[in-house]
Design a protein around this ligand. Structure first.
Ligand code: NAD
Length: 500
C-alpha cells in the first residue's frame, strides 16, 4: 500500500495538489488475484469530482504551459530517479493487485520508465521547422503548442506502463492532465503519481480521479477537456472515440486484439516455441500483444505442435505474491476466470481439440485465487469463437495453414490489427511477409513486437480508433497543435507603394 493511501483513505484522489478522499459511498473492492484477499476499497467517483479536477487542471494550465520545456524536462529527470529508487516496491505492488509475476511487473514498469525517459527529451522533441527567405524577405517557422487539459483512461492489465504511455508526454508537452486509472488496479497508479508529486509536480498540473462509467462519461462530455487518451477493450474504445470526438475532442483509443505468429517450415522450432509460449502465457495472456494464435505452415506443424504441448504442460502455475515465483500467475478476477473457461469450452463445442486443458487446474496453496492453467487448443478455425474473440487468458490457439498465402489470409482476416509475427530463417519470406501483413506491429523472429517508447504503439482496424497513436513522435503530435508563423520585416519606407 502506498504511504498516502494508508494515511488518508484506502484510495485517495489527487485534486489541485491535495490528496483527498472521495465523497462517493459506492465502493468496489481491489483484490489480490493470487488469493482473493481484499486489499483496498476504491470509490466510484462522480461528476462533481471531475468538475473539481478539470477546474484545477484548467487553472494550472497557463503557468505550466509557460514553464520552459527544459524545466518541464527536469521534473521528469527527478521522477525517473524516484521511479528507479522505488522500482522493486512498485513492482511488488503491481504483482499484488494485478497478479502477474514479479518479473512481468518489472518488465512492464521498465517499459513505462522508458516513456518517462523519452519525455525527458522534450526540448528537442518540440523542435519545429524553419526556413529562411521562403519568399523574398519572408521567413517561415513552426511551433508545437500544448492543447490545454488532457485526460487519460487506462485498463487493468498494465497498471503502471499504460498510464506512463500518457501523462509523462502530455505534461512534458505543456498540457495539464486528468487521469482515471482502472478501478481494478488503482493502487500502483496512486503510487506512481505520489512519486510524481515528490518529484515536484506543481499543484493542479495532474489530477487523479477514480471511478468507471459515470466518471468516464463526465470526462468525455466536459467542454474544458481538449484531448482524451484511452486504452481498453474495443467496444469501450469505440464508444470513447465516438463520444469524445462528438464533443469536439481529439481522441486516441486503443482497443482489443488477436495476434498471430506464423511458423514457417524452415524456422528454428525451439526459438519459435520459446517465443510463442512466452508471448501466449506471459502476464497470464492478459496482454493486448499476447501471441494468442500460432499458425504452423505445412511441415512446421509436425515438430511444432508436440513441442508446444510439452512446453504448455510444463508451465508452473501458482500465487505470485510470494517466493518461489511461478511461471504463470492468476487472471484478474473470478468473473474473468469464468469467461476464459467458457471460451475454452466454446472451442470444444465448436470442434477444436484441447491438447492441454487449464480449466481444472488446482492451486492448493492459494485455493481462493483466480487460476486458469496454460491451455493449448489445436484445430481452431476462422469462424470459431476462440478465433473471433479476444480471450485475454493463458490460451494458445493453433490454426494450421498449407503455405504463407493461407497463413496471411488467416492473420489478415482478423477484425483486429495489433500484432502479427513470423518465425523463419528466410530473409526473402520475411520480406514478403512484412510487406503483405495487415497489422500495425510486425515481428520477425520476435513473438511480441510491442513498440518501445520511441515508436508508436501502432494498432490497426478494431484495435485502434483515432489518427495519432500513443508514444513516440505521434504521441508528441497528439498532445500538441502546430502554429506556422510567416514573417516579413521592413526598413522604414522600404517597399512603400501606397501613400496618402
Ligand atoms: P475495459 O475496456 O473494460 O476498461 C478500460 C477502462 O475503461 C477502465 O478505466 C474502465 O473503468 C473504463 N470503462 C469500462 N467500461 C466502460 C464503459 N462502458 N464506459 C466507459 N468507460 C468504461 O478494459 P480492461 O478490461 O480494463 O482492459 C483489457 C482490455 O484492454 C483488453 O481488451 C486489451 O486488449 C486492451 N488493451 C489494449 C491495449 C492496446 O494498446 N491496444 C493495451 C492494453 C490493453
Amino acid at each position: 500500500m502506498c504511504a498516502v493511501a494508508t494515511e488518508l483513505s484506502p484510495c485517495p484522489m489527487l485534486i489541485d495538489g491535495d490528496w483527498i478522499d472521495s465523497k462517493e459511498i459506492d465502493r468496489v473492492p481491489v483484490q489480490n488475484p493470487s488469493t482473493g484477499e481484499v486489499l483496498s476499497e476504491m470509490p466510484m467517483g462522480g461528476k462533481a469530482e471531475i468538475e473539481a479536477a478539470v477546474a484545477a487542471a484548467k487553472e494550472a494550465f497557463p503557468g505550466w504551459s509557460q514553464t520552459p520545456p527544459v524545466e518541464r524536462a527536469r521534473l521528469f529527470y527527478r521522477y525517473r530517479s524516484l521511479l528507479e529508487e522505488n522500482f522493486d516496491s512498485i513492482a511488488e505492488l503491481i504483482t499484488r493487485e494485478h497478479g502477474k509475476t514479479l518479473g512481468e511487473s518489472r518488465g512492464g514498469l521498465y517499459r513505462g520508465l522508458e516513456n518517462v525517459e523519452y519525455a525527458c527529451g522534450i526540448p528537442t522533441l518540440l523542435f519545429g521547422d524553419t526556413i529562411e527567405n521562403l519568399a523574398a524577405g519572408i521567413d517561415c517557422e513552426t511551433f508545437f503548442e500544448p492543447l490545454g487539459v488532457c485526460a487519460g483512461i487506462t485498463p487493468f492489465n498494465f497498471p503502471a506502463m499504460v498510464p506512463m504511455w500518457m501523462f509523462p508526454l502530455a505534461l512534458a508537452c505543456g498540457n495539464t492532465f486528468v487521469f482515471k486509472p482502472s478501478e481494478m488496479v488503482p493502487l500502483s497508479s496512486i503510487r506512481i503519481i505520489e512519486l510524481l508529486v515528490e518529484a515536484g509536480l506543481p499543484k493542479g498540473v495532474l489530477n487523479l480521479v477514480h471511478g468507471a462509467v459515470e466518471t468516464v462519461d463526465a470526462i468525455l462530455e466536459h467542454p474544458d477537456i481538449k484531448a482524451v487518451s484511452f486504452v481498453g477493450s474495443t467496444p469501450v474504445a469505440k464508444y470513447i472515440y465516438e463520444t469524445g470526438t462528438r464533443h469536439g475532442k481529439r481522441v486516441q483509443a486503443n482497443g482489443s486484439a488477436k495476434n498471430y505468429t506464423i511458423v514457417m517450415p524452415d524456422a528454428d522450432i525451439n526459438k519459435s516455441v520459446e517465443g510463442i509460449t512466452g508471448g501466449a502465457f506471459g502476464c497470464a495472456g492478459e496482454r493486448c500483444m499476447a501471441s494468442s494464435t500460432t499458425i504452423p505452415v505445412g511441415e512446421a506443424a509436425k515438430e511444432l505442435i508436440p513441442t508446444l504441448k510439452v512446453a504448455t504442460k510444463s508451465v508452473k502455475i501458482g500465487p505470485t505474491d510470494r517466493m518461489p515465483q511461478p511461471d504463470l500467475g492468476p487472471v484478474i478476477s473470478s468473473k474473468h476466470r469464468d469467461r476464459v473457461n467458457s471460451l475454452i469450452a466454446s472451442g470444444e463445442v465448436e470442434g477444436a481439440k484441447i491438447l492441454s486443458d487449464g480449466r481444472s487446474v488446482k492451486v492448493p496453496e492459494a485455493p481462493n485465487g483466480y487460476y486458469v492453467g496454460a491451455t493449448l487448443v489445436d484445430g481452431v478455425e476462422q469462424e470459431m469463437t476462440l478465433n473471433r474473440e479476444e480471450v485475454f487468458g493463458p490460451v494458445l490457439n493453433v490454426m494450421r495453414a498449407d503455405n504463407l498465402e493461407a497463413a496471411l489470409e488467416i492473420a489478415n482476416g482478423s477484425s483486429f490489427g495489433n500484432g502479427t509475427a513470423i518465425y523463419t530463417e528466410s530473409g526473402k519470406l520475411a520480406r514478403e511477409f512484412k510487406h503483405r501483413v495487415k497489422t500495425g506491429m510486425v515481428g520477425i523472429n520476435v513473438a511480441v513486437p510491442a513498440s518501445m517508447a520511441m515508436f508508436p504503439f501502432a494498432g490497426w482496424n478494431a484495435s485502434f480508433f483515432g489518427d495519432l497513436h500513443v508514444q513516440g513522435k505521434e504521441g508528441v503530435a497528439f498532445y500538441t497543435q502546430q502554429k506556422v508563423i510567416t514573417s516579413r520585416w521592413f526598413a522604414q519606407g522600404e517597399g512603400d507603394v501606397w501613400k496618402q
